[in-house]
Structures are given as structure tokens and as C-alpha cells.
Design a protein around this ligand. Structure first.
Ligand code: PEP
Ligand code: MN
Length: 336
């Protein structure tokens, strides 16, 4: 059960509600986010919901039978929209496009990418500066200095930045330069990181774990929300299966399931989802048609020279073509 408290609920009213709930043997978690105060109650008691709804200071009560609560659509039917400022909204009527290289490499690379994004009216740049790599000998990212440079180049154009945070200690230094923190697949269940991201007021996109279930992804989002941050995005990026014909099995089913189970925006990452350049654009289109609120994909002037993930990275021409197709679909109202 989720209880929403009124904005002006007094301490005495809250204490009275808490003591009533305790008498019903509920275990209660108090949650305070940017948008509201909630009491998340776990328990099996028989009770009359009207007795709770009528308590002073309570604005609404919802029975949520899902195991995850705050991210469930059972209590919040309206989809969550995330406003990044400058009219960049994720989860609204038009799909959000996030594009850029796997890794930030150089200032020259950034300038070229920005020109490409502007040409295609893409408002969100992706690019890793802290890179989780399977091999310790691979490029690990340009670090915080790279991120500062990225910000300097994007800011004059109103382009927003999504980039991966790998550990709690990086959050504070990254904060001024990031618009959306990305939690990578390998960190999808790093609960200390999720807790810490719950304490900030910046959007967080959580990727599905390498072998993560849909429910585990929703639980990860629940960690962040229950610590106080409801600005959340979910990302399907493929899972590891027995199939070896491609890097990951892109689970397009998950997009529809997540949209049905949660009010949070769902973003598809076909680049990591399949790992093969030739398939990325079609999967991006398929994801949007199946209801994703946006796509995040890798693009580079010369993918064959990219420092990481070149094999799944579109070149500028392929990315232009993908965006023309997305625009055609927009024009015939496929997404509204
Ligand atoms: C990335 O976005 O470049 C990345 C490393 O993604 P994932 O965590 O999905 O592997
Ligand atoms: Mn990558």
C-alpha cells in the first residue's frame, strides 16, 4: 500500500497516521521525494482502506499488489515525464533521441558529434567518460576532465548530457556537468550506488542488468525512488542468453512489459542490445514503434576507428537516415 500525504500534512497528523498503521502491524517506510511525501506500507492485515483515506493529512491511498511499489503503474496511472530544461522532455508525446559515441575521445570528436546532433535536432548527447570495460587493459575513459570539456561544448547549444556514473564517489564531482546519470548494466544492482543516486535531485537512467530480469530492473528503480529521487528512466539494453549470433539478446518484449508495469519512461538501447551495426537502426525503429519513450544509440564519425564499441556504432550517414525515418513516423503520428 502507498499512502500519499498532503503537502501541508502536519507532524502531528503524520504521527497519528503512523501510529494507526503500526497498530495494523504494517512495516512502514517513509519516503520524501522532489514531488511528494509517501508512506510505503508492507503487511497483510485486514483493514478498511477508507479508515486510512479519511485520516487528516492523507491525500490518497493505493493498494499496490506488485512487489515493487513506487515505480508501479498501479498507483500512478499518468506516465512520468522528466524535464531536463530548455524544452527537453523525456516521456512526453515525442520520442527522445540520445546519441553519441560509446566513449568520449577528444575535443575534435565532440565538435563533430555536436554538429551531427544539431543537424538532426537531437537534444541529448550520450558519451562515457568512466567506462566499465570487460578487460582491465582496455580504455577506461577520459574521466572528469573529459566530462567538463563535453559540458563546455554542449552547453551553448542547449544539448543535454547523459553519461555513466560507476561509483558513489564520482557523483558529487560529476553533478555540475551531467543532466542524466546513467547506471550501467554491470552496476544495475549496485545497491549502494542506487541508494546514493536516490539522494540527489538529478534524473537517473538505470540499465537492465546483463542477466537481469524485468522485475530486478524495477526493484533497482524502486531503490532510487524510495531514497527520494523520482526522476527515473528505465533502459532495455539486451540480456545475456545462450544465443551467440549477436552480442546480447535485445528483449523488445521488455519494452511493452515495462510500459505496462511502470509509470517511468522506458528507453531502448539497440546498440548494446544487439552489438552489430547493421541491425541497430531497425531495432531502434522497432523499439519506438513498440512503445519506447526514446532510444539511446552509439554514433561516431568513423566507427571503425572508435576507441570502444565501434562494431555496434552507426556512422553519421546511418544516423542521419535513422533520424529521417523517425521523423517520418512522427509526421504520421505513429507515436501519439
Ligand atoms: C554504454 O552505454 O556504453 C555501456 C557500457 O552500456 P551497458 O552498461 O549497457 O553495457
Ligand atoms: Mn558502449
Amino acid at each position: 500500500m502507498i499512502i500519499q500525504l498532503e503537502k501541508n500534512c502536519s507532524l502531528t497528523e503524520k504521527e497519528a497516521t503512523l501510529s494507526y498503521l503500526k497498530s495494523l502491524k504494517f512495516s512502514i517506510t517513509e519516503v520524501k521525494t522532489q514531488s511528494g511525501d509517501y508512506l510505503v506500507c508492507i503487511g497483510k492485515s485486514e483493514f478498511d482502506i477508507r479508515n486510512i483515506g479519511n485520516l487528516p493529512g492523507v491525500s490518497d491511498v493505493h493498494i499496490v499488489s506488485d512487489n515493487y511499489k513506487l515505480v508501479s503503474k498501479k498507483w500512478k496511472v499518468k506516465n512520468t515525464e522528466i524535464n531536463l530544461g530548455d524544452n527537453v522532455i523525456i516521456g512526453g508525446n515525442t520520442p527522445s533521441i540520445m546519441a553519441g559515441p560509446c566513449s568520449l575521445e577528444s575535443e575534435e570528436q565532440m565538435q563533430k558529434i555536436i554538429t551531427h546532433l544539431l543537424k538532426n535536432n537531437i537534444k541529448i548527447l550520450r558519451g562515457g567518460v568512466f567506462k566499465p570495460r570487460s578487460s582491465p587493459y582496455a580504455f577506461r575513459g577520459a574521466g572528469i576532465e573529459g566530462l567538463k570539456m563535453m559540458k563546455q561544448i554542449t552547453e551553448p547549444h542547449g544539448i543535454k548530457i547523459i553519461t555513466e556514473v560507476m561509483q558513489v564517489s564520482q557523483i558529487e564531482e560529476m553533478m555540475p556537468y551531467v543532466d542524466v546519470f546513467q547506471v550501467g548494466a554491470r552496476n544495475s544492482q549496485n545497491f549502494n550506488l542506487l541508494d546514493a543516486l536516490g539522494e540527489i535531485d538529478k534524473p537517473v537512467m538505470i540499465k537492465r542488468g546483463i542477466s537481469g530480469t524485468i522485475e530486478e530492473l524495477l526493484y533497482s528503480a524502486e531503490y532510487v525512488f524510495s531514497k527520494g529521487n523520482e526522476k527515473l528512466l528505465l533502459c532495455e539494453r539486451g540480456i545475456r542468453t545462450f544465443e551467440t549470433a549477436y552480442r546480447n539478446t535485445f528483449d523488445i518484449n521488455a519494452i511493452q512489459v515495462l510500459k505496462e508495469k511502470s509509470h517511468l519512461p522506458v528507453i531502448a538501447d539497440p546498440s548494446h542490445g544487439v552489438g552489430i551495426r547493421d541491425y541497430v537502426a531497425k531495432l531502434a525503429l522497432a523499439s519506438l514503434i513498440s512503445g519506447a519513450d526514446g532510444v539511446i544509440y552509439e554514433v561516431h564519425e568513423k566507427p571503425e576507428e572508435a576507441i570502444s564499441d565501434g562494431q555496434q556504432t552507426l556512422n553519421f550517414f546511418e544516423s542521419d537516415q535513422l533520424n529521417s525515418k523517425i521523423n517520418l513516423l512522427k509526421a504520421v503520428n505513429v507515436f501519439t
